[in-house]
Design a protein around this ligand. Structure first.
Ligand code: EPU
Length: 300
């Protein structure tokens, strides 16, 4: 990592470079080991310089958005965690209703702007935490829709190239966007429809209210831990298997929504891994369904 740091500093890389950065600070679960390096490029040149330097030095890396769907399980991730900086958080609204949104934009702020400016199309995403880049990467969504339904183009940086890829060439599926390894989503284009701001706000409030009633929003979590199996809901299965309130160390199966594993107090990544294994086991024993993680677990 020393060579990477030296090279970046001598090339006047602008942006944060933090060694041994605790990932608990960057993840909504508030747990996780350190990353050997956290790098936050401020603009596209910085990102391409960073990716090139990591590649030249054979240093593994991964990208996080808002850290709302990831857990760093080991004591230390030996590679570089990349997070996009300020230069990726602007939104341009064009006359034809096209919004070009930087990947580092906080989803909730984009939704607030859609209400202010009177544009419809993003209501389904009310309450989705994290950044737009992360939401597209995970094809985040609710029963009301997901990001695959609104993206007309996604901007992808790969090696030393940056290109806009049209919807027809993007392979979205449930909670997934298939991308070539080593690529980074840096922005999206969506086409929204002008609408009375009050109607947009009401619709978002309705979606958010439902979430407030059915999800544990005041406690640290990574959202739903497991993907829904085809035609069913992981939350319903975990609940019916009697796992609500089950606790290992500081990690607990929420008694509001059973697919949320929450950090009750000073949980460790091992607590979550053990609790998730317990939940999977209980659901398999009871229903013969093998749950698959939605949360991305790094190391461990
Ligand atoms: N249910 C239970 N017990 C529970 C939780 C749910 O019986 O503890 C039942 C509910 O009563 C309902 C059914 O399961 O009949 C579905 O529940 P819900 O409407 O809460 O939706 P979900 O399928 O559990 C999905 C997404 C959520 C998203 C909600 C709302 C997945 C894995 N989860 O949850 O997304 O917010 O719909 O649209 O796709 C996330 O991905 O992190 C996430 C939170």
């Amino acid at each position: 990592m020393r060579a990477v740091l030296d090279q970046l500093r001598s090339s006047r890389f602008e942006g944060l470079l933090a060694e041994k950065e605790p990932m608990s600070r960057h993840c909504s679960l508030k747990v996780g080991g350190a990353a050997a390096l956290l790098a936050v490029p401020e603009d596209m040149d910085g990102l391409l310089m960073l990716l090139g330097t990591l590649r030249d030095n054979d240093v593994p890396w991964l990208i996080i958005g808002g850290g709302t769907n990831v857990m760093f399980a080991g004591d230390e991730y030996g590679g570089c965690v990349v997070r996009l900086g300020e230069g990726f958080s602007s939104t341009v609204v064009r006359k034809n209703g096209e919004w070009e949104i930087g990947a580092a934009c906080v989803t909730a702020k984009v939704l607030a702007a859609a209400v202010r400016k009177g544009f419809s199309g993003l209501q389904f995403a009310a309450g989705i935490p994290g950044t737009v880049g992360g939401a597209v990467r995970m094809n985040a969504g609710t029963h009301e829709g997901d990001f695959s339904g609104i993206c007309s183009e996604v901007q992808i940086a790969e090696k030393d190239q940056v290109q806009w890829v049209g919807r027809e060439n993007l392979e979205f599926s449930y909670r997934k966007l298939k991308l070539p390894s080593g690529s980074v989503i840096t922005g999206i284009r969506v086409v929204l429809t002008p609408e009375d701001p009050r109607l947009v706000a009401n619709e978002m409030e309705r979606v958010q209210e439902k979430r407030n009633k059915t999800q544990p929003l005041g406690v640290p979590s990574a959202g739903c831990w497991f993907l829904n199996p085809e035609g069913d809901s992981a939350g319903r299965l975990i609940d019916a298997a009697g796992m609500k309130g089950e606790r290992i160390g500081g990690a607990e199966v929420s008694d509001i929504h059973a697919n949320f594993l929450v950090n009750r107090s000073e949980a460790k990544p091992e607590d979550f891994l053990a609790l998730a294994a317990c939940v999977k086991n209980a659901v398999y024993e009871r229903f013969g369904v093998d749950l698959e993680e939605e949360v991305q677990v790094v190391g461990g």
